[in-house]
Design a protein around this ligand. Structure first.
Ligand code: FMN
Length: 300
């Protein structure tokens, strides 16, 4: 079976890679090395931010067979660390025949642009802009999720395109949109910028809530309002990908993500219009062997 595919003109051995947020959780600083040795088609690092971030405190991850909840809040060592270590990460990944992608998160349009430039200068193959993190709380207030503000999306893309040029390989990661009109509005805003070569859909569903056995919020940050992933969001992810395929220009590739746990799930995302897919919850639960398992199921 022909598994080869390409995203943003970058050739991939097969369509399956890790989703952002999983690399450092898997094996700490050794995450890239371990992923490069696994059967992922590309290594996705990040989310990285300009300043070092501790991330949210308390209980920040929980999963069962139906869904995952997380509120990590972009923990990462910040710009200085990645300036130093990204070239090594790129080399490790390339030695294993895999491109290295980096997901970046900014607190202003300019921060997205500065991070994108840094990441490309250090040799990464693609930058994914996280416009969809639901887990950033500052002084008790939740930060606006950028992708829900089309003007902000345009401003971020304007700054990024100005900084890295329209030929750069940039992907945009979106939240799930429950309003089809709002989705078409953001798709229109994205389609105006040549720098966007791919859209990743979908990130987690924001502000889900779950009680533990004692009736307390399952996770600590944000009073228990946290991000939902895993099998429960697969139909939502498929719906987003199918709508986006109709809304976006055909030159923009779609990376499908959300609830993938089997080879059939990959096929479903391909049918809906995705050229590649990512996994997060299943990877954290089943570890690196999940790539081999899902690929052999896909071939079957
Ligand atoms: C523990 C955890 C951490 C995550 N961290 C990030 C992140 O830092 N940046 C990001 O863009 N997405 C992040 N995500 C979202 C995933 O990459 C993915 O889009 C989402 O979980 C849906 O995929 P899944 O159903 O396979 O988990 C995270 C997800 C999980 C479960």
């Amino acid at each position: 079976m022909e598994l080869q595919t390409s995203v943003a003109g970058i050739l991939l051995e097969h369509p399956l890679m890790n989703g952002a947020g999983t690399c450092k959780l898997l094996d700490g600083p050794e995450g890239v090395k371990e992923l490069a040795r696994s059967n992922t088609a590309a290594v996705m690092v990040g989310t990285i931010t300009l300043e070092q971030r501790e991330g949210n405190s308390g209980e920040v991850y929980w999963a069962n067979e139906m869904f995952s909840l997380n509120s990590l809040g972009w923990p990462n060592p910040g710009r200085t660390y990645y300036q130093k270590y990204l070239p090594t990460m790129v080399a490790l990944s390339r030695d294993a025949g895999k491109p290295l992608f980096v997901n970046v998160g900014g607190f202003s349009p300019d921060e997205y642009a500065v991070l994108a430039e840094l990441v490309f200068e250090r040799g990464a193959d693609l930058v994914e802009l996280d416009l969809s993190c639901a887990s950033i709380w500052e002084k008790g207030q939740q930060r606006r999720i950028p992708c829900f503000d089309p003007q902000l999306v345009k401003e971020i893309l304007r700054c990024v395109e100005e900084k890295v040029g329209s030929d750069a390989k940039v992907a945009i990661k979106l939240s799930p949109f429950s309003d089809p009109f709002a989705l078409s509005e953001v798709a229109k805003a994205i389609g105006e910028w040549k720098v966007v070569k791919a859209v990743t859909s979908t990130n987690t569903f924001p502000n889900a809530f779950s009680y533990d056995e004692k009736g307390k919020p399952r996770l600590t940050p944000g009073g228990g309002f946290v991000a939902l992933g895993g099998p429960a969001i697969k139909p939502i992810g498929l719906g987003q990908v199918k709508q986006l395929r109709n809304l976006l220009p055909s030159c923009i590739d779609i990376i499908g993500v959300g609830g993938i746990t089997t080879g059939l799930d990959i096929l479903d995302y391909q049918r809906a219009g995705a050229v590649a897919v990512q996994i997060a919850t299943a990877l954290l639960g089943r570890r690196l062997k999940v790539f081999d398992q899902l690929l052999s199921e896909l071939i079957d």
